[in-house]
Write a protein that binds this ligand. Structure first.
Ligand SMILES: Cc1cc2nc3c(=O)[nH]c(=O)nc-3n(C[C@H](O)[C@H](O)[C@H](O)COP(=O)(O)OP(=O)(O)OC[C@H]3O[C@@H](n4cnc5c(N)ncnc54)[C@H](O)[C@@H]3O)c2cc1C
Length: 341
């Protein structure tokens, strides 16, 4: 008899894993605490997705019409300090659209999706249960993520990265002639600030005035404004008892644009041992161990390098140095890109 798989969390990791397993006729139930479609805090810029991953998972056509992004420019105080062609093109598509497509694919393949269903932690270590619940909120963490969409916004590069003081924002194209504007900031006291005002308040407080002025001159889609707080970029505590995937294994700072690719690649890596467990070829502890080893070796280095670079790009003292190094062609971009993707 084929063993069923239960997945907690219907984000990119959970849904794409569910699709890959359903393609092998394995019974899968996904419990998702929220609902679809919805806006999520995400730069919606998929960078460094390894060739063949989307096909292996069976989600390539969900990404087929994503916009191709080839160039990136970095800005300090509204001035472009550096521009470059990306070593590999990235994809731009909103999570509102992508997650909905994955849901439709999963259910069309006969997967069972239970929305508004939050799996309890004590249920998560039962054999056959995968924990793909995204970031773990940390009480002491001081990062806030904010995102929204705008129309009538002219881009200078396919991805503009604006470095501010204690925060940065990326701007890139998504479908429908819109751009996604998403940033990570050190959390500030914001009592009394309306959710719809938060992005501009944070942009101005982080000295991203030039970008804020461009946003004000564009058409902001207020319904797309979302935020999440208490983000932590410290390594996630090791949890060998649970089968974890995606952001639950630890966050990678968003300037890499790599978190979504890692969610997909992690799902593709995990699908093999999980299918072996479901078909009785591997016991659960062996499936868990095989997946843990594969995921650690695929992602350990890129998370560590990105964590080291993260504070550098936020430090006002480091930014003039970055600008000078960039002007003189001394930024080892391709080398760092390869280490973080
Ligand atoms: C500010 C910011 C910008 C980013 N920009 C980019 C970018 O440009 N490019 C990129 O590649 N990555 C980016 N990322 C990272 C990317 O969004 C994540 O890496 C990716 O979404 C991880 O997918 P996931 O499936 O692990 O988690 P998620 O997509 O977060 O999904 C987890 C799901 O689990 C559900 N859930 C939680 N707890 C439970 C429970 N107990 N039971 C049931 N369901 C539960 C949640 O509702 C959620 O739907 C960014 C992140 C941030 C914070």
């Amino acid at each position: 008899m084929t063993q069923p798989i239960t997945i907690a969390g219907g984000g990119l990791a959970g849904l794409s894993l569910g699709i890959a397993l359903r393609r092998q006729d394995i019974p899968v139930v996904i419990h998702e605490a929220g609902s679809y479609p919805r806006h999520r805090v995400c730069g919606e810029f998929i960078c460094g997705l390894k060739a063949g991953t989307a096909e292996t998972l069976g989600i390539d056509d969900c990404l087929a019409d994503a916009l191709t992004c080839r160039t990136t420019g970095w800005f300090v105080a509204g001035r472009r300090i550096w521009e470059r062609e990306l070593p590999t093109p990235a994809l731009g598509i909103s999570r509102h659209r992508l997650d909905q497509r994955l849901v439709e694919r999963f259910t069309a393949l006969g997967g069972e999706l239970r929305t508004g269903s939050r799996l309890r932690p004590e249920e998560s270590s039962a054999p056959g249960t995968v924990w793909a619940t995204g970031r773990r909120a940390a009480k002491s963490a001081r990062w806030i993520g904010l995102k929204f969409h705008c129309s009538d916004f002219e881009l200078e590069d396919d991805l503009e990265l604006h470095l501010g003081v204690g925060g940065y924002m990326g701007v890139s194209r998504i479908e429908g002639g819109k751009v996604n504007i998403c940033g990570l900031f050190r959390q500030r006291p914001n009592a009394g600030v309306l959710k719809t005002e938060l992005p501009l308040v944070y942009m101005r407080a982080s000295r991203l005035d030039n970008l804020a002025a461009r946003v004000e001159a564009s058409t902001l889609d207020f319904s797309s404004i979302v935020g999440i707080s208490r983000l932590s970029y410290r390594p996630a505590p090791a949890d060998r008892e649970r089968f974890s995937l995606g952001d639950r294994l630890g966050l990678i700072p968003p300037f890499t644009g790599d978190g979504m690719a890692m969610a997909f690649q992690g799902a593709a890596l995990a699908a093999g041992p999980l299918a072996d467990y479901a078909h009785g070829r591997l016991a659960w502890p062996q499936a868990l161990d095989t997946a843990h080893r594969g995921l650690r070796s695929a992602f350990g280095r890129r998370r560590n390098v990105a964590r080291l670079l993260h504070p550098l790009i936020l430090r006002p003292a480091a930014q003039p140095f970055l600008a000078t190094a960039a002007k003189q062609g001394l930024l080892p971009f391709n080398f760092l890109f390869n280490l973080t993707h």
